[in-house]
Design a protein around this ligand. Structure first.
Ligand code: HEM
Length: 223
């Protein structure tokens, strides 16, 4: 039944070469931990991607309950955490997953640096990687404010002062992010939009570029 359906679609769209291209691609020996245990460092990029998938999935469920309004944000998180079935688990995954993602992206960057994989011809992918790094940090910064508790509020105030201290354009960055003179209602609305729409869109675009380049250039090495 399924085979027939597959043949029907394949006859019309010729889908076999698409997945065969991925499925038949051989993993070089020097990046395969089954051959050399130390090759596990080459898994860090894939593991970063895995944590990002978890962040996206858990985040999608969180937005079903979260209310981006200063009078209700904290209550909505409290409700999700204490009343909603599996809410505590989903929130916990997103909360701890954020830190794991940052640790993994850092380890991946170290691997790329110490194996010299940023050198010609992969300079452009290193640049895309640096942008990815900032997007991940931006997601962490904007997400931190969303529970709207004291820790979130004061951490964001400190973050805003750091942003404001950037030479020449600091004040402009602060106004753009904060939306008013204080960290308040406008800030929460902006951080929510940036966290849920703007940065994930940029992230997906950059990841597509990252993976297309890896596919075209192949993995670097062996050393
Ligand atoms: C958002 C996070 C990122 C994800 C999901 C990701 C994913 C990956 C994956 C799956 C690979 C294949 C090889 C491997 O796993 O090590 C890779 C390679 C690479 N990544 Fe990333 N990456 C990310 C961030 C970065 C950052 C921050 C940098 C550098 C600043 C970077 C630079 C590179 C380069 C240059 C390669 C090619 C390495 C080679 O050919 O040996 N990536 N990335």
């Amino acid at each position: 039944m399924l085979a027939k359906l597959y043949d029907w679609v394949d006859e019309r769209l010729d889908i076999t070469p698409m997945w065969r291209d991925l499925a038949d691609h051989e993993v070089p020996e020097h990046v395969n931990p089954a051959y050399h245990f130390s090759a596990f460092v080459y898994c860090f990029g894939g593991l970063t991607f895995f944590t990002i998938v978890i962040q996206i999935l858990s985040g999608m469920f969180l937005t079903m309950y979260y209310v981006p309004d200063i009078s209700r944000a904290w209550d909505s998180v409290f409700y999700l955490q204490n009343k909603v079935a599996y809410g505590q688990i989903v929130r916990g995954m997103h909360h701890w997953g954020a830190s794991v993602t940052i640790v993994m992206v850092f380890l991946h960057t170290l691997r790329v640096f110490f194996t010299g994989a940023y050198k010609k011809p992969r300079e452009l992918n290193w640049v895309v990687g640096v942008l990815l790094f900032f997007v991940i940090l931006g997601l962490g910064f904007t997400g931190y404010l969303l529970p709207w508790d004291m820790k979130a509020l004061f951490a964001t105030k400190v973050g805003m002062q750091i942003a404001a201290s950037v030479p020449f354009i600091g004040g402009w960055i602060q106004t753009l992010l904060q939306g008013s003179d204080i960290v308040g209602a406008q800030t929460l609305a902006r951080f929510f939009a940036i966290h849920v729409f703007f940065l994930p869109a940029v992230l997906l675009g950059l990841l597509a570029a990252h993976f297309i380049m890896i596919r075209r250039q192949g993995i670097s090495g062996p050393l």
